[in-house]
Design a protein around this ligand. Structure first.
Ligand code: TYD
Ligand code: MG
Length: 455
């Protein structure tokens, strides 16, 4: 007798079930929208919180149980707020191919060395593919348990059976809950699957990592819809073309959201970058005009970055403006302030601004760096290579104070910078680190004077 088929094809758009794959959905006519998914009926186990869902007075709740386990990955530990908390649900979002699976597989390898039982569930890759990736990584992932499955009920059964301490679900958009409408990846399926994993995490005290792809396609639900349900939301960011990656906490019930983790994608997996400033400034050209170092805060971490400006005569009627890593409107505003307050004819000059390394910065403290780079390019005079800038510029050309001055100065001093051009108001009441000279300014006009004296 022929074996009954266990999978069917579902349309991502309308959820229609077909027994055969075809390029166009027979129900709604959408192209290339059919995906394969298991069709066995196993009802999801609900009510795992039974026993703890009766009302309890606050004083009787045991709060001493929040003992964290270090992952062995300093950057991830920092972003998580000091390690993983048992029973927490962590969502890791990011563009496809950014390195989420790599990061989690590496973390699994490091955790398994501490005798922590890990179940890695993949709905995207075969066992062989996962093994191939694990082999490329520097960490030994030998004892991590792998399961290729997309049916949440079967995953539950496996978790009940294995009783792991940590579960990785890669990715939540491939998971499928029986008796719930929609195909895997649809809003209802993603929400329902995350719900089941939440009950598993809370009810059994298992740490669950959910991977969520950030998709720009309307039919696949992105990780955003899960943010309210989970304990911690981490986003993995970075340009595909650049080798660094930033892990950022946007929600954390067990720690601060001000932290970032910096990684470098190498041939052998992700490497922690302990010193982002040094990493970002590697290869900086010295003694060239238009290149300036500025200090921005990434959460509570000061990072030194290089900003470049190129200003040249336009060959068009309207001058061209282009920005990379800097908000376009902010750049235009600063150019207008410089034009008005310094009386330079920027309207007939093209201006290109770029933060090297592919970083994106939105902090106003970078204004002074942009202004210094533009002036340096305009005058074709290099800025002293050991000078760092930070400060916000207002529409009246005033230089306004910024927060966390001491941290910025310490970072600059640590990397051997000897001069800092900064807002005069931020100088009040701070202790200047040894070896660094602080030049406080109040207006962009003073910036021109300072730059002239230095070069
Ligand atoms: P992956 O973790 O599969 O991304 P995601 O799970 O977020 O979709 O990472 C895929 C990319 O990382 C892929 O383009 C190859 C690259 N990569 C390396 O450069 N070095 C490595 O050691 C590994 C494992 C991946
Ligand atoms: Mg992946």
């Amino acid at each position: 007798m022929a074996k009954a088929k266990t999978t069917a094809f579902y349309c991502k758009e309308c959820g229609n079930e077909s027994s055969k794959w075809s390029g166009q959905c027979p129900a709604c006519g959408a192209w290339n929208s059919l995906v394969e998914a298991p069709k066995e009926s196993c009802s999801p186990v609900r009510g795992r919180l039974t026993g703890v869902n009766a009302p309890v007075p606050v004083r009787e709740v045991n709060s001493a149980s929040e003992d964290r386990t270090k992952c062995g990955n300093a950057e991830l530990d920092r972003v998580l707020g000091g390690g993983i908390v048992p029973g927490s649900l962590v969502l890791i979002g990011g563009d496809p191919g950014i390195g989420k699976s790599t990061l989690l597989m590496q973390t699994c390898g490091q955790l398994s060395k501490k005798d922590i039982k890990i179940l890695y569930i993949s709905g995207e890759e075969s066992l062989k593919q996962i093994k191939l990736r694990a082999d490329r990584l520097e960490t030994d992932c030998g004892s991590v348990l792998l399961l290729c499955e997309t049916d949440v009920a079967r995953i539950q059964a496996a978790i009940d059976d294995v009783k792991p301490d940590v579960v990785v679900v890669d990715s939540v958009q491939t998971m499928y809950v029986e008796n719930v409408s929609g195909a895997p990846g649809s809003v209802t399926q993603v929400r329902e699957a995350a719900n089941v994993f939440m009950t598993i995490a809370k009810g059994m005290g298992i740490t669950v990592f959910l991977v969520g792809h950030v998709t720009r396609e309307g039919s696949i639900a992105g990780p955003k819809i899960l943010e309210h349900m989970v304990d911690t939301v981490l986003y993995f960011e970075g340009e595909r073309s650049a080798s660094y990656r930033i892990l950022r906490a946007v929600k954390n019930r067990f720690g601060s959201t001000d932290e970032i983790g910096v990684f470098e994608m190498t041939q052998r997996g992700l490497k922690e970058v302990e010193n982002p400033s040094e990493y970002m400034l590697t290869g900086r050209p010295l003694d060239v005009s238009g290149s300036v170092v500025f200090c921005c805060m990434e959460g509570t971490r000061p990072v030194l970055l290089e900003i470049q400006a190129l200003v040249c005569r336009t060959s068009f009627g309207n001058a061209r403006r282009s920005s990379n890593g800097v908000d376009y409107n902010r750049m235009n505003m600063l150019l207008a302030v410089l034009e008005k307050k310094l009386e330079v004819p920027l309207f007939e000059l093209d201006a290109y601004i770029n933060i090297t390394g592919g970083m994106k910065v939105a902090e106003p403290a970078m204004d002074l760096g942009i202004a210094a780079a533009v002036i340096s390019s305009l005058r074709n005079t290099p800025v002293h290579e050991r000078t760092v800038f930070f400060g916000e510029i207002g529409l009246a050309g005033e230089v306004r104070g910024v927060s966390m001055t001491a941290q910025r100065l310490n970072e600059a001093a640590r990397l051997g910078f000897t001069r800092c051009v900064m807002p005069a108001v931020s100088l009040e009441g701070i202790e200047v680190p040894k070896g660094i000279e602080c030049i406080g300014i109040r207006h962009v006009g003073e910036l021109v004077r300072v730059l002239r004296q230095q070069s």
